[in-house]
Design a protein. Structure first.
Ligand SMILES: *[C@@H]1O[C@H](CO)[C@@H](O)[C@H](O)[C@H]1NC(C)=O
Ligand SMILES: *[C@@H]1O[C@H](CO)[C@@H](O)[C@H](O)[C@H]1NC(C)=O
Ligand SMILES: [Zn+2]
Length: 410
């Protein structure tokens, strides 16, 4: 039969359908958890967050990569919605804008309760799966959103933040971003500053995932070394296939493997092929590469839908996920490996992060030193009255010295 050349096109068509059907069968009980989607930013840009505007109806929303029918067709069962505020808000209204983007995600869940279930735990994701809803979680994209404040960090946790991307495409006073590695930005902290290390400790204590998309390699290595729990790259691809500094180099993939962490692959053409054009097959190459270097347990999806202007042929919007899964099956990924990449790996990492959480530990209190804060429009309450511990110890010694001298002479 195989010698009948005229059968080949038929075989090709049938197997294509076979893998696509298999993908759908698997995704019906293991839907995809995507690490990064910028729909909330689109809602701000298009409607200034007015969800009741008719054109903002998520059932019919046009011109975006994401809407309710597309999420359904793509078997999206979990979504980390990106709470993003651009770097030019740093030292300005960044906290206000972060809160507004959290609010728009929460209102999305309230307006479309049949579609979205806002959750903040791995158990919540499983509940949404059972109910056939899109588990909706908050990932805050950019350390500038905490405005160098552990108090803001904790408040964002209370509002549902379950990952924090340590930087966007700008340094914070306490962590360096990827543009340091391209030479477009000066190294400031050489990775994480002492305050940045306290941020990582506090994220561990709270049970918030540490996201290393957008950070410099030095920051990646510092965080991977320091964190007591696995970390994620919510939307980054493989550097050895496309040498963009937004991607993860192989030596870091090795650390990802050791730390049982996760790389959720970004679909942006310029991070997939390093050109303006890319295909679904090239995205599958990235998934294969990460699997080969870091193991199948390190692979996930972070499409960056609605955050990018160019997407691969075959992955034009969130509805196309089953085609990508079909391609992995065609490449001999086992069903278990595929289920891991879809959801199991993220759930494993999230559960490990929840396990490390220890709210009985004392919170980090030591603020960033005043001279490391930037921006001229800040007030200095707290700093003027209560110098930092380090200064206080110095002052204490200085003020005690005369007393000690007196005691000596007595
Ligand atoms: C969105 O549009 C659909 C169909 O046109 C309608 O049934 C639904 O009530 C609308 N939803 C909201 C929240 O306006
Ligand atoms: C998948 O496995 C089959 C059978 O073992 C083999 O013939 C085929 O070459 C493999 N395909 C890929 C892409 O590795
Ligand atoms: Zn991003």
């Amino acid at each position: 039969m195989w010698t009948r050349w005229w059968l080949w096109p038929l075989v090709a068509v049938c197997t294509a359908d076979f893998f696509r059907d298999e993908a759908e069968r698997i995704m019906r009980d293991t839907p995809v958890i995507d690490g990064h989607n910028d729909l909330p930013w689109q809602l701000l840009e298009m409607f200034n967050n007015r969800l009741q505007d008719e054109r903002a109806n998520l059932s019919t929303l046009a011109g975006t990569h994401t809407n309710i029918p597309k999420l359904r067709a793509g078997f999206i069962g979990g979504q980390f919605w990106s709470v993003y505020t651009p770097c030019d808000t740093q030292n300005k209204d960044t906290v206000r804008r972060t809160l507004e983007q959290i609010d728009v995600v929460q209102r999305m869940c309230q307006m479309y309760p049949d579609t979205f279930l806002c959750v903040s735990s791995s158990e919540g994701i499983r509940t949404a799966f059972r109910e056939g809803k899109v588990a909706s979680l908050i990932g805050v994209e950019g350390g500038h959103s905490i405005d160098s404040s552990l108090g803001v960090l904790r408040a964002l946790y209370q509002l549902g933040m379950r990952y924090l991307t340590l930087t966007h495409s700008c340094n914070t006073p306490w962590a360096d971003n990827w543009l340091v590695d391209t030479g477009d930005s000066d190294a400031h902290s050489q990775g994480l500053s002492p305050f940045g290390q306290r941020v990582v400790k506090e994220l561990n204590r709270l049970g918030v995932m540490i996201d290393l998309a957008h950070v410099s390699v030095a920051t990646m290595k510092d965080a991977l070394r320091l964190s007591r729990a696995p970390v994620i790259f919510s939307h980054s691809s493989a550097y050895s296939l496309c040498t963009s500094r937004r991607n993860v180099p192989d030596d870091v993939l090795q650390l990802v493997k050791e730390r049982e962490s996760l790389v959720m692959v970004n679909f942006y053409n310029n991070y997939v092929s390093c050109t303006n054009e890319a295909t679904l097959f090239q995205v599958a190459d990235h998934l294969d590469h990460i699997k080969n270097v870091a193991g199948a347990g390190a692979v996930g999806f972070g499409g960056d839908f609605d955050g990018v202007s160019r997407l691969p042929e075959g992955l034009e919007d969130v509805s196309k996920y089953p085609d990508l899964i079909a391609e992995l099956l065609r490449r001999n990924w086992t069903e278990a490996e595929v289920r891991g990449a879809l959801a199991g790996n993220l759930l494993r990492v999230f559960e490990a992060v929840e396990k490390v959480r220890d709210l009985t530990q004392a919170p980090e209190e030591e603020p960033i030193p005043l001279d490391e804060l930037e921006g001229s429009c800040r007030t200095q309450y707290g700093y003027s009255g209560a110098p930092s511990l380090y200064h206080r110890q110095g002052l204490l010694l200085a003020s005690l010295a005369p007393l000690l001298l007196c005691l000596w002479f007595l």
